[in-house]
Ligand binder design. Sequence first.
Ligand code: C2E
Ligand code: MG
Ligand code: MG
Length: 703
Amino acid sequence: MSLAEDPATESQPKDLYRSIVDNGGFGILVTDITGNIVYANPRQCESTGYQLEELLGRNPRIFQSGRTPAPVYRELWATILAGRTWHGELVNRRKNGDLIFERVGITSITGTDGETTHFLAVTEEQWNHAPTKLMGGRRTAIDGLTGLPNRETLLGNLGETLSASHANGSGFALLYLDIDRFHTLNQTIGPIAADQLLLEIVSRISAAVRSNDLIARSGADEFVMVLNGTLDKNVCGDTAKRVLQRIAQPITIEEHTLEITGSIGIARYPLDAGSAEDLLRAAFLAQSAARHEGGDRFHFFAPEMEELANTQRDISSQLRHAVERDELRLHFQPQLSLASGQIVGVEALVRWQHAVQGLVPPGAFIPVAEETGMIIAISEWVLREACRRAKEWQDIRTPGIRIAVNLSARHFRYNNLPETVASVLAETGLEARLLELELTESAIMQDPGKAVRIVDRLKNLGVRISLDDFGTGYSSLAYLSRFAIDRLKIDQSFVRDITTNPVNASIATATIAMAHKLGKIVVAEGVETEAQMQFLRRHDCDEMQGYLFSRPVPAEDLQVILREGRHLRFVSDATAEAANTLLLVDDEQNVLNALRRLLRREGYRILTAGSGSEGLELLALQPVQVIVSDQRMPGMSGVEFLSKVKELYPETVRISLSGYSEISTVTDAINKGAIWKYITKPWDDESLAQEIRAAFRLVRERG
Ligand code: C2E
Ligand code: MG
Ligand code: MG
């Protein structure tokens, strides 16, 4: 008897399936090929608020809210008609009008002949839409993608919360979240994936706040959370931390795994502002401060932030005149070869000589210039000035010195860039091979396809391209190999703790190894200590730049550095060894062997001689710091030998090895300063080693 014929075993799985379908914790909806609902499980009915009878024979369109972006549906149909399962999120509506956010999987069901007979949707409700409830049915100003209240609605609602707080003497806090580098991300992963990303972020935010806290979307990647009744600094801080932690968990969307960070600003009523607009602005300013510090952090509002914002407005208006008034300056920082120690290039870094504020660093005005578009004029000035200087320096240093110029993202995408570069080169007479353009990863990633073409056009002019701040962006080295980049600059943040943080150290060494495989030159930025430099040299990094050798300096100072031929001095392995040389002199080979065995462990470079005259010969050939000599030797005695050495090489430290019976002979030499110490034969290994260590210490102390 086959299994299928056994009524008991046949009914068991059916009951099991039925029970899974009915109680599985997710909604199930089945339609026929024309889209008529033929089945909905109890969960589906419950979450949509319809009875099964009301659904049968109807089209799932009845759930549509108009909030799901049209491209999502296009993608949905393209996927299931191609026979694959579509996974995504839909914003639907309950029978009573409330929005529901559902994670949905839709697939087609095929009959025995392979033809599609039904469509199956499995739905899972994401969260109760608390904000909608809080908004008291005022749904006209809701954001289309997320279904959250938008900025206008938020402001209206804030006004009400504010009056209520004022009336009952309580307070509340406002958290303003901005996703770091969202613009770049959006360009990289595309708008559909970016929408999914935002929906995922919203679900994470709502999991991090209390259910009665309001969440609103105030801009493309900006969200506001209103923590009702909360004024406590710790509670606000903890909530902000929770939000940041949740969104920082890796998010996988389509084929991308993204690591998202955000910046949060916190403002509190009535502490920081008295009106809804001012409170929102205060939280926004605090958020900007967090973002400017590198993101992935939160800040409470402080009154100074208001002043800072005013300064930035001032900067923008005054910057307009900076070029005309000739207020821009270039400083130059040398880049050195880690093999030869010589200067191989310089990076041009712009400064603004402000009439009142003095020398303004680029970090304070380049972002403003980028936002306002003034960056093009500034960038062109920098390019021209840098090339002009480099041409001048060709006279000091033949065959010339490479000059690196930073390109802002906006200038990089500017259509005329290759033509501008060509005409500046022609105008200044600088050879193209001496110009290097530094690009940032984000400039490239905004539109990688276009970037490949621009880089190729620039390379055709003969200029070099380097990638600045490598390691701070999203892209992998493998991906970047598509670009014709010559040099890779490892960002300072990795170099800073390279000798103390094993993770950053291995990132740096792996980057160097991989870049070399791809035929790229590696430059380390921000090298400040000898130890960092030695680490980088040991791991084959090609070039370095940093305060260790020089800060960025004005053209005149750089000229002096170049004229004087200043360069890096390495305490190379060979020199280190030469500074550690010990000469042993004895006519007995077995004594020499024993001493050598003992002292080799101490890491000295050891020379041996069988006689005084052989010892003098060795001393003439190479530097020696410490000498240990036997007293009784045929020909020249130890005292005679060491006395000669004292005359010829007074800086050496001389030790005599003698028997007790010879002490009187040695004393005279000690008194005349020919011998620093004597050690009696047979010696004690440990104290001999110690004396020799002391001798080398003495050498170092004398410098
Ligand atoms: P960058 O291109 O990565 O330049 C390196 C920055 O690190 C410079 O800051 C430099 O002074 C600093 N630096 C160099 N060595 C050390 C070191 O050993 N320790 C530390 N702590 N810092 C070091 P700077 O001049 O303030 O420039 C900052 C950024 O501004 C530059 O970063 C670059 O992205 C941008 N920038 C500078 N000049 C220009 C320009 O002409 N055009 C554009 N678009 N951006 C510029
Ligand atoms: Mg740079
Ligand atoms: Mg850099």
